[in-house]
Ligand binder design. Structure first.
Ligand code: SF4
Length: 440
C-alpha cells in the first residue's frame, strides 16, 4: 500500500495487541489463582450487581487472516454437538453455585467465532437448555454475532423467535477483493441480502461491524464502504482499527518474510478513516457513542453487554477460552477444545487461570474501560471507589490535556476526537507501573 511508504516507525502497524479489553492485563492472570475463581462462584453476590451470560461459539467457515480468536474451522456436526453439550453442562454447574443468588441474566451475548455457523436445530437445543437453567424474561438485551454468509431466512426467523434483540453483522468491508485478500468467508453479494432479510424480520437493533485499514484498503474504497453502510441504515455501526496480534496468519507471514511492519495501513491513516466515517455518520444523524461506535437513536439504542460489563457487572463466560468476571475475580476457561470438553464431561468447571484485582486495580479497570466511551464522570469514581480520579491520575491527565487529547469540564473527563481515535494507546498511561510492559 502506497501510504505505508515513508511513515515513521511509531506510525507503522507492527505486530502486537493494541486494543485494551480488560485490566489487569491477561499476562497477569495466573493458573495458581484458579481456586479464587471457584471461591468467587461459591460466595453470594453483592446486592444490586447485574448478571450476564456470554456464550462462545468457536466455529467459523474459514479463518480470517487477521483473526486472533480461539476458533476452529474443521469441526463436524458431531464435534459441534459435543461442544454444545459441554456448554450446557458448564451452565448447569454454574447455575447451582451460590454466586447466582437467584438472579436472572440482565443480558446474554453470543459471540465467537461465528454463532450463526450453528444450524437452527443446534441453536434451538442450546437456547432451550439455557432458558430452562436461566430464564431470559428479565434480560434487556440478547445479542448475537452473525457472519453474512451463514444466514438464511429460516435461521433469522428462529433467532427472532428466540428473543434475539441485537443482531451484529460482521461485514468488515464491502469490497469482494478486499474480503478475499483478508480471508473472509463471506462475499460482497451476501451483505445486502443478509442485512435486508434481517431488517425485514424486525430485530430491534442491527449492528454492522467494519474494520478500518484491512489489507488492500484504499481511501476511495473506504469512502464507498461508509456510503454503503449509511445506505443500509443500521441502528449502530462499530468500527475497529486493524491490528495484527501475534497469533494471526498475517503475523506468521510477516515472520516468514522477516518483515517488521504489517501489510496494513499505518495508524494515522486508520484514525483518519475512522474520523471520516464518524463525520459521515454524524451527518447522517448518528451519534458517536464510543471510540468504536456510532448509533442512530442513542435514546433507545443501548449496548448493555458493554455498559454493564464495564461498570462491574458479573458475567459468566461459557465456552473454550471464555472470560468471566464474578464477584471481583476475573477468570478464563481452558483454552483448548478437548481439555475444555473433557473437564466438563468429568463434571468439573473448566477454569484455567484467574486474577483478583485489588480495590485500586478495580477502579483502574473501570476507568480505562469507561474512558473508551469518550467521557467519564469523576463523581462516579468518587462515589464507587472513594477516589478523586483528577488527582489520582493528575500526571497523565495533565499530559493528555497539554496535547489537546482530553478536557475536564463540569466534572466530566472528555476526550477530544483526536484522543478518542487513539484511546487504546493512551490507556496504558493509567496502568500501574508493574503492568506497563506486559499489555499484550
Ligand atoms: S469470522 Fe471472526 S472469529 Fe471467525 S475467523 Fe473471522 S475474525 Fe475470526
Amino acid at each position: 500500500m502506497d501510504e505505508v511508504q515513508g511513515v515513521n516507525q511509531q506510525d507503522r502497524t507492527t505486530a502486537g495487541s493494541y486494543f485494551v479489553s480488560n485490566y489487569p492485563p491477561y499476562s497477569f492472570w495466573q493458573t495458581s489463582h484458579a481456586p479464587a475463581a471457584h471461591a468467587a462462584l461459591n460466595g453470594t453476590p453483592a446486592p444490586g450487581t447485574p448478571l450476564g451470560i456470554y456464550v462462545h461459539i468457536p466455529f467459523c467457515r474459514k479463518r480470517c487472516h487477521f483473526c486472533y480468536f480461539k476458533v476452529y474451522t474443521g469441526k463436524d456436526s458431531s464435534e459441534i454437538n459435543r461442544y454444545l453439550d459441554a456448554l450446557i453442562r458448564e451452565l448447569t454447574l454454574c447455575a447451582s453455585k451460590p454466586f447466582t443468588g437467584g438472579r436472572k441474566p440482565g443480558f446474554v451475548y453470543f459471540g465467537g467465532g461465528t454463532p450463526s455457523y450453528l444450524s437452527t436445530q443446534q441453536l434451538m437445543r442450546l437456547v432451550d437448555s439455557m432458558k430452562q437453567l436461566f430464564p431470559w424474561d428479565q434480560a434487556g438485551e440478547i445479542a448475537f454475532e452473525c457472519e453474512p454468509g451463514t444466514i438464511t431466512q429460516g435461521k433469522l426467523e428462529i433467532l427472532r423467535e428466540m428473543g434475539i434483540t441485537r443482531l451484529s453483522l460482521g461485514i468488515e468491508n464491502f469490497n469482494q477483493q478486499i474480503l478475499e485478500v483478508n480471508g473472509r468467508a463471506h462475499g460482497e453479494r451476501e451483505i445486502e441480502t443478509s442485512f435486508r432479510s434481517a431488517r425485514a424480520i424486525g430485530f430491534p437493533q442491527i449492528n454492522i461491524d467494519l474494520i478500518a485499514g484491512m489489507m488492500g484498503e484504499t481511501e476511495s474504497n473506504w469512502k464507498d464502504c461508509v456510503r454503503r453502510t449509511i445506505d443500509l441504515s443500521p441502528d449502530s455501526v462499530t468500527i475497529y482499527q486493524m491490528e495484527v496480534p501475534y497469533n494471526t496468519t498475517i503475523y506468521k507471514e510477516m515472520r516468514v518474510l522477516g518483515a517488521s511492519s504489517a501489510p496494513v495501513a499505518p495508524w494515522h491513516l486508520k484514525r483518519h478513516w475512522v474520523d471520516y466515517a464518524f463525520n459521515e455518520l454524524a451527518q447522517a444523524g448518528y451519534s458517536i457513542a464510543s471510540a468504536y461506535t456510532a448509533v442512530k437513536h442513542p435514546e433507545r439504542t443501548r449496548f448493555l453487554y458493554r455498559d454493564l460489563l464495564w461498570s462491574g457487572a458479573d458475567m459468566i463466560g461459557l465456552g473454550v477460552a471464555s472470560f468471566s468476571h464474578v464477584r471481583g475475580t476475573h477468570y478464563q476457561n481452558l483454552h483448548d477444545f478437548e481439555p475444555y470438553i473433557e473437564t466438563l464431561e468429568r463434571g468439573e468447571l473448566p477454569i484455567w487461570r484467574a486474577c483478583t484485582p485489588n480495590a485500586e486495580e478495580r477502579m483502574i479497570r473501570e476507568f480505562v474501560l469507561q474512558l473508551k466511551l469518550g467521557r467519564v464522570r469523576a463523581s462516579y469514581f468518587q462515589n464507587k471507589f472513594n477516589v478523586d480520579v483528577l488527582s489520582r491520575f493528575d500526571g497523565h491527565l495533565g499530559t493528555l490535556r497539554e496535547q489537546g487529547l482530553l478536557a475536564v469540564e463540569d466534572g466530566w473527563l472528555q476526550l477530544s476526537r483526536d484522543g478518542l481515535l487513539q484511546v487504546d494507546r493512551l490507556l496504558h498511561g493509567f496502568f500501574l507501573p508493574q503492568h506497563h510492559e506486559q499489555h499484550a
